[in-house]
Design a protein around this ligand. Sequence first.
Ligand code: AKG
Ligand code: FE2
Length: 188
Amino acid sequence: DFGPKVNFKKRKIQLGPFHGFPDFTKSLVDRLTQILVDFKPVELCHLEYVPSRGSAIDPHVDDTWLWGERLVTVNLLSDTVLTLSPVLYAENHIRLEGHNQYNSSHDNNKVNIALRVPLTRRSLFVLAGPLRHSWTHQILRDDVTSRRLAMTFRELSLEFTPGGQFEKHGQEMLFIAKRFVSFASHSN
Ligand SMILES: O=C(O)CCC(=O)C(=O)O
Ligand SMILES: [Fe+2]
C-alpha cells in the first residue's frame, strides 16, 4: 500500500513511511485526475487475488472517516464480478429477528438483494453515492477465476479538506501524495 498508515479504530494517522506514489503510476494518476473532477488520491492500495489461494474480499463498506466519496479501482489481469448488497437490509433483518417480529412469513419474503457488476480486465470502476455508503461490496471466491490485481485509489473525506476538522492533516497527506518516487525506494 502507498499512503498514510491508519489505525481506523483509534483514528490515528502516521505519515512517516509515506513518501509519495510509485513512479510507475504517474501516467495513470494524471489520467484519473483529468477524467474525475477534483480527484486527488492520497492512497493507493494494491490487492492480488489468486484462485489457488482462494482469494476473495468479504462484504464491507470502506471507511468514511478518512476516505472520501469516490473509490476508484482499476481491474487488471482478469475479468471478475463485484457483488454489492444493501447494508440496511442486513441491519433490518437482524433488528426484526431481535424484536420477535421475525417469523416464517418474513422468511418467505426474504430477499437477498445483490447487484452483480461485471468488471472486465483493464476496466476502471468508481464506487460512489449510495452504492459506496449504503451498500456493501465484495469479491466472491468463485468470481476469481485467474490471477487478478486491483489498484484502488482513495481520496480524502470532507473532514480532511479545507474547512473540515482535520484540514491540516489532509493538507499534509495531499502534499506527499503529489510526489512520485522511485518504486525501488519504497519500504512499505
Ligand atoms: O478488489 C476489488 O475490486 C475491491 C477491493 C476493495 O473493496 C477494497 O480494497 O476495499
Ligand atoms: Fe472496498
